[in-house]
Design a protein around this ligand. Sequence first.
Ligand SMILES: [Fe+2]
Ligand SMILES: [Fe+2]
Ligand SMILES: [Fe+2]
Length: 416
Amino acid sequence: MRSIRLFDLLMGFSRALDMVSPVLAGHHLRVTFLSQALAERLRLSSATRKYMLMASMLHDIGAIPLKSDTRDLIFEHNKALHCRAGWAFCKTAGLPRPVCDMVLNHHTEWCSYGAEDQNALPANCIHMADRLDVALRSRQAPALRDICATLMTKQSEYSPACLKALSSLADDADLVARLQSPQCMQDHLASLFGAVILGPVQLVDLCGLFSQTIDSKSPFTATHSLGVAHTSRMLLKLSRMADHNDLTTMFIAGLLHDIGKLAIPLEILEKPAALTPEELSQIQQHAETSLDLLGSIPGFTCVRDWGGRHHERLDGTGYPHGIRGAKLSLPMRIIAVADVFTALTEDRPYRAGMPLAKAMEIIESMAELCYLDENVVALLADNVLQVNRARIRAQRRAAANFVVMRRLCGDSAGAA
Ligand SMILES: [Fe+2]
Ligand SMILES: [Fe+2]
Ligand SMILES: [Fe+2]
């Protein structure tokens, strides 16, 4: 895997967040763009602006586990809870404290801050940008100048410095023009942050945060991605066909393989009855969406190919593209086995995980039917205790993370 730019990864994640609801389309990009325009006028340091980039691109991440009506994010309800859940996500994933604070406070009014709040000003910029975007996308779609005039009257909500910066936005013809074009906003932000390359630890931390987000959409699969990531990395390692870089790529592909599930309505994901053919095809669409989203991140070619093909089957009966045989590489075959193994053995709220022997029986029969690769299945069978121990350890850690997260948000995220 080649070097990954921070901006490209965040852009990919924000695209995935926006897919949760059409109401959110483009929201994270526009809030990022507008908050950076304010930060520029306030001459905030480049370090602060980098933290702002991370926070604004992810700011509504806490809404995913809340099952809230996403219109609530755009309008006024349920503000504190999704801010708190987002903060808890970022904190448990080890993101820098200023990023966590800005996510927590992206709806905080200026008058609520104490003197000791170090990230109040950048968080207030994000808050202002968020409200600007909400007003811009409202049904009446007023002009930027009119929205700015309305916000200028909210003296307790925004800092005097932010209000001053805001007053110069409406007359910035360049900014108004860029706001009309997602590509222009993206290019502009890339020109500001394109040089920031993620180190391997930061990359895995951010992907870990996002995999928690994907899994948190439904308690049915609350730790699934981490289980798949550990299982597939271990199988690839046991195959002795991979170097360290491949193992990291495999781990990330496992973490993000179901990213497309963010676009599937919860009623279908959690439907207690049998799915109609139409609902089934909607569920299956997640694999194609994972391919698209992962493919949109420069440098993620292998992550896309390995992660997005986890439902393909050797005999060509899989999805999304019915790829068969030799066209499925070893990592693709491994992640397909890891996905089935994890799905069968993990505990879910409505059932305990299947005993190992029974799960292996099913997986071996899938190899006999030429769905799964027989050599990968044999590798799993030879090492099943060791692989299963690693899977259980990882999924317990993820479950514990959710408990911490729920506690940090006052238990409401879990209950909602
Ligand atoms: Fe929000
Ligand atoms: Fe928002
Ligand atoms: Fe899947």
